[in-house]
Ligand binder design. Structure first.
Ligand code: SPV
Ligand code: MG
Length: 536
């Protein structure tokens, strides 16, 4: 990867006029990069002004370094630091260069004034120039200290600022060039470009020349191009623009005591989040935060009508039947959100438009009438990855059940109610399971695997009833996607029920762990259950 020092060196020597723009903190640096600038001027004036202090070395050099670090972290383009006089003598410059390189700063500009300096454009400011030899010593020290050969040292000539003429400017620039400076910044506060043009004419192409046309801003850029300058620096305009906007926004709020008429004139809060890179953090959280965090997904199968509910589900799917005034499906989503599972996908089918709660991803199974839940599952998991909770849309359960499923190691972990007999006796449709071990009250952390699942298992082989909830690890989800992909090619795929899918997984050698529970859930499969559920 090209270093930022190299990128700056390429700009300096590009042979055409390039532009740097001022920035004074992380966010302004990012904005300048997004505007399309190829490099940043870390201005002493605007960095100190943003700190609320004067451009007289009132901010310490390490405070400037800290700001630079934020600017560098927020961007990818090279930064040229306006390092005033180098914050001391040659020795301070050596340490500065070392610290700048450690922070990936591409280049430094030092000016031939005395410490503490004052801003070059400040009316009546004292502009005492440095001794030429002493300043050459600083340049040599900087060049000898840098470790990246492309790190650039720019010597800024303040002769015009100090009221001295072209000869003094040329004498100084010549000495700095011989001392090793990679470029000359010739500064002028004249309202016309006369001084810098005269300098450039005499200087020729001995080294690239940088200018700061703050005072002579009315000059068309073609004049600088024609004269052969290397870089133009827009040295303070971003801060000046920001100050205007800050004044307007704050006086508006103070006056109106309301955001109503201001909101549309400022960036939305989402733009601030974007500039801060919030998306990247979201992505990282999905990758690195522990289980039961934001990154666990849930896929809920809610495509079927539930004919057994008769007129109750004539107009809406059974997952929307209400329990204590709230649809079952939304109650389940509330539970999942409470344990941190916020990325929820619902597979809809019958009366799909009615399932429309916010912050949910929807996938439609439009063949809901001719297919069973495995088709919905296939649609629901096709484009997902990572740890996933899979659930029927018409069940309710206590929070600890999905929490424990997620905490249990294993590619597939299913929740099984060991209290299965009442379902069996009622003759209800249920996913009965036989397992490697029956539930044992006395054994903590029992390791049990699923052996078989079906609605018609032999009574003495049944160990429980699957409640319609399982967790699948990231690897397990890939397995599931592969198996479903294979099965989807079969003619009878549409008719497949979950029990057949589980059998297929077992047949292919995938272990399905069983988490035994004792009640604490409801399957809202008949009207009886519905009245029980309002109590639950
Ligand atoms: C700065 O931007 O801090 C400069 C340029 O040094 S000037 O303000 O013109 O001196
Ligand atoms: Mg400055």
């Amino acid at each position: 990867m090209t270093s930022r020092a190299t990128k700056f060196r390429e700009l300096l020597n590009s042979g055409k006029l390039e532009f740097l723009c001022e920035a004074h903190n992380g966010i302004s640096a990012k904005i300048v990069e997004e505007a399309g600038f190829k490099g940043i001027w870390a201005s002493s004036l605007t960095i100190s002004a943003a700190m609320g202090v004067r451009d007289n070395n009132e901010a310490s050099w390490t405070q400037i370094l800290e700001v630079l670090e934020f600017m560098n972290d927020a961007t990818t383009i090279p930064i040229l630091l306006d390092a005033d006089t180098g914050y001391g003598n040659f020795n301070n410059v050596r340490r500065l260069v070392k610290k700048l390189e450690q922070r990936n700063i591409a280049a430094v500009c030092i000016e031939d004034k005395r410490f503490p300096k004052t801003n070059s454009l400040l009316a009546g400011g004292r502009q005492e120039l440095a001794d030429i030899d002493e300043f050459c010593g600083k340049i040599k020290a900087a060049k000898d200290t840098q470790t990246n050969p492309d790190f650039s040292v720019i010597a800024r000539v303040e002769a015009f600022i100090a009221g001295l003429g072209l000869d003094e400017a040329l004498k100084r620039a010549g000495a700095y060039h011989r001392a090793g400076a990679d470029g000359i910044l010739i500064h002028s506060k004249s309202k016309k470009p006369d001084e810098v043009l005269a300098f450039k004419k005499e200087w020729g192409d001995r080294s690239p020349v940088i200018i700061v046309p703050t005072a002579y801003y009315t000059t068309p850029v073609e004049v600088f191009e024609e004269a052969g300058f290397g870089i133009v620096i827009w040295a303070n305009m971003i801060l000046r623009g920001a100050v205007k906007a800050m004044k307007e926004a704050s006086s508006h709020l103070a006056r109106e005591k309301s955001l109503l008429t201001l909101e549309d004139h400022i960036v939305p809060i989402t733009e601030i989040f974007r500039l801060q890179g919030s998306d990247e953090l979201k992505f990282a959280e999905e990758r690195y935060l522990p289980v039961a965090g934001e990154h666990v997904r849930a896929v809920i199968l809610a495509a079927s009508r539930g004919k057994e509910f008769g007129s109750l589900t004539a107009q809406k799917p059974k997952a929307l039947l209400e329990v204590a005034g709230r649809p079952i499906l939304y109650k389940q989503i509330d539970t999942l959100r409470e344990i941190g599972v916020k990325d929820v996908t619902v597979v809809r089918g019958f009366q799909k438009e009615m399932i429309n709660a916010p912050r949910i991803r929807y996938i439609d199974n439009d063949e809901y009438e001719s297919t069973q839940e495995v088709v919905s599952l296939w649609k629901g998991v096709q484009n997902t990855s990572g740890k996933t909770i899979i659930a029927y849309g018409d069940i309710l359960y206590k929070k600890y059940i999905p929490t424990t499923l997620l905490e249990t190691d294993g590619d597939f972990v299913i929740a099984v109610d060991s209290d299965w007999k009442s379902s069996y006796e009622k003759g209800r449709y249920a996913d009965f399971v036989s397992c490697s071990e029956p539930y044992q009250k006395k054994v903590f952390d029992q390791k049990v695997w699923l052996k078989d699942m079906g609605t018609t298992l032999a009574r003495d082989s049944i160990c429980g009833e699957w409640i319609g909830l399982l967790s699948v690890s990231a690897g397990g989800l890939e397995t599931l996607q592969n198996v479903l992909g294979d099965l989807s090619k079969k003619d009878d795929f549409g008719k497949m029920r979950m029990a057949e899918l589980f059998r297929e997984l077992i047949k292919r050698g995938h272990e399905m762990k069983v988490l035994y529970i004792l009640g604490h859930w409801l399957d809202v499969d008949d009207i009886m259950d519905l009245s029980e559920a309002s109590v639950f």
